[in-house]
Write a protein that binds this ligand. Structure first.
Ligand SMILES: O=C(O)CCC(=O)C(=O)O
Length: 260
C-alpha cells in the first residue's frame, strides 16, 4: 500500500512524466504539456462532459487513473477516520493533509489541461476562472464512506461554502440525482404531489470510480444533489447498478468569516 507521499510522487509522475520526480524543479502543467515539450503527455488529458440541462455541472470520468484511485483510497484510509464501523464521514478544515493538497492540485490541472466533449461549447470552462485561480482553491474536505444501500439526502451545500465544489468518487459507481424545482413550483402553485414530480427537473449522473464532478453557479446554488441507493433508484441504461462500498472526497472553500 502507498502512503500520501507515494500518491503525490505517482501523481506528479503521471502528470508530468518521469523527469518531474525531482519535485522542487517540477515544470508547471503548462510547461510540460504545452507544445508537446518536456516530460508531459504520458497521462491522458482530462475529458470533460458538460451535463446537459444542468448549468454549471461538469463531469470528468477519467480524472484519476486506477493506480491513483487506489493510492488516494489508501491515503484516505490511512487517516484512520473509518477504522471503526461507527464512522462514515470525516471533515477537515484549513490545513489539508498532503494527499488532499495534491488532489487539489490535480483538480486545477484537470481543468487547465483538458479536452471538452464535442457536444459542449468549446469555449466553456468546467470552472469559472475566478474560482479556478483563487488561493487556496479549496480549504475544506469531507470524506464519506457509503455501504451498499446508503446514500445522502437531497441537499444544497451550505452557504458557508463558496461557489465551486469538487466531488471525487472512489471504489464503486453510483448515480447522483440533481433536482431543481421549475419556476412554476417556485412561485408556489398548488400542485399535487404527482404534478410536483412532473414539474421538478431530475437529472441522473453516473459517477464512476475515479471521476470528478465540478459544480459552480446555478447547479451549486439552485439545484439539489442526492444519492439514493435504495433498491430501484440506481438504474443506469435500464440496469440496476451493482452496489459496493463507495468512498467520496468532496472539496470546498469556506466563505471568509465576517470581520468581528
Ligand atoms: O458523496 C458524495 O458524492 C456527495 C457528498 C455530498 O454531497 C456532501 O457531503 O455534501
Amino acid at each position: 500500500m502507498e502512503d500520501g507521499a507515494d500518491f503525490q510522487r505517482r501523481a506528479l509522475r503521471e502528470a508530468f512524466g518521469d523527469s518531474s520526480d525531482s519535485d522542487a524543479d517540477s515544470p508547471s502543467a503548462a510547461d510540460s504539456r504545452g507544445g508537446g515539450g518536456g516530460g508531459g503527455g504520458e497521462r491522458d488529458r482530462a475529458r470533460w462532459e458538460m451535463v446537459e440541462g444542468v448549468k454549471g455541472l461538469w463531469l470528468c470520468p477519467n480524472f484519476l487513473s486506477p493506480k491513483n484511485q487506489s493510492s488516494l483510497l489508501s491515503a484516505v484510509n490511512r487517516e484512520g477516520w473509518f477504522s471503526d464501523d461507527a464512522h462514515n464521514q470525516a471533515m477537515r478544515f484549513g490545513d489539508f493533509p498532503e494527499w488532499a493538497t495534491e488532489l487539489t492540485r490535480l483538480v486545477r490541472e484537470a481543468v487547465c489541461v483538458s479536452e471538452i466533449s464535442s457536444r459542449a461549447d468549446q469555449e466553456a470552462c468546467p470552472l469559472p476562472l475566478d474560482l479556478l485561480w483563487r488561493e487556496p482553491l479549496f480549504d475544506q474536505l469531507i470524506a464519506n464512506v457509503y455501504k451498499p444501500g446508503e446514500g445522502i439526502c437531497a441537499h444544497v451545500d451550505l452557504m458557508r461554502f463558496e461557489d465551486g465544489i469538487a466531488i471525487v468518487s472512489l471504489e464503486s459507481p453510483c448515480i447522483m440525482h440533481f433536482t431543481r424545482p421549475t419556476t412554476d413550483m417556485e412561485v408556489g402553485t398548488t400542485a399535487t404531489l404527482e404534478e410536483d414530480r412532473e414539474l421538478t427537473k431530475r437529472v441522473p449522473v453516473l459517477l464512476t470510480p475515479g471521476s470528478l464532478v465540478l459544480m459552480s453557479g446555478e447547479v451549486r446554488y439552485l439545484w439539489k444533489h442526492e444519492i439514493n441507493r435504495k433498491p430501484g433508484n440506481q438504474v443506469w441504461e435500464g440496469k440496476e447498478i451493482q452496489q459496493g462500498r463507495r468512498t467520496s472526497v468532496t472539496l470546498r472553500k469556506l466563505c471568509p468569516s465576517p470581520p468581528s
